[in-house]
Design a protein around this ligand. Sequence first.
Ligand code: UDP
Length: 237
Amino acid sequence: MTEIWKVNRLYEGKAKVVFATEDQDLLLIHYKDSATAFDGKKKGVIEGKGVVNAEMSAVFFTLLRDAGVPNHFERLLNPGEMLVKRVKIVTFEVVVRNVVAGSLSNRLGLPEGTRLDSPVLEFYHKSDELGDPMINEYHIRALGLATMVELEEIARLAMKTNEVMRGFLNPRGIDLVDFKLEFGRYRGDIILGDEISPDTCRFWDTNSGERLDKDRFRRDLGGVEEAYREVLRRVAS
Ligand code: UDP
């Protein structure tokens, strides 16, 4: 296999570093152990998170690709490092919810754990200064963030991702409560990007209801590293 060389650092975010490679079409993502919450107000380190998140994302991206959800994943390189297709990022985030938690619970005054009759799709404008405000399809169209065709494809792929992941996680004793996705444009198509990990999904143990995700860090519940490793153990088997 050809060696892929990092050529320069393009971007360093809260949880990852992105490098250009010798191949114009490919980027290398290095997943970091650092963690932030509440718009960067809470900072910390989750030991081993980078390696776990890269490996878990690889499992989900492979599963999704085989189920017909195109995505940027090419292959894992060194521990915590992943080679991906270079996409033009879509500038809004997509959240899918099956159960009420987090900001939805606060916004609607519903208790966390309330099951939704059908999945809910939400869009958030990516802006750190504004704290990622929620937007709807009309904003997306009016601001030219995506075309109607792209938006329909994003919604279809987000719902499909939900179905595929729920089907995979249920027998592994994990309830997929909600998750955040990011999309990109690649050679004229919409594909899934970013990562799929306990940083971006709420995973609850089906039997105990125990939280196996970043809420353990956000809410100081302890056992953060153990929870991340437990999810990886279940999804990798
Ligand atoms: N999420 C994320 N990045 C964000 C905001 C949310 O990955 O910037 C994920 C979060 O982990 C959860 C889902 O999206 O799985 C819904 O998050 P919510 O809107 O409830 O916000 P939160 O309570 O995390 O502030």
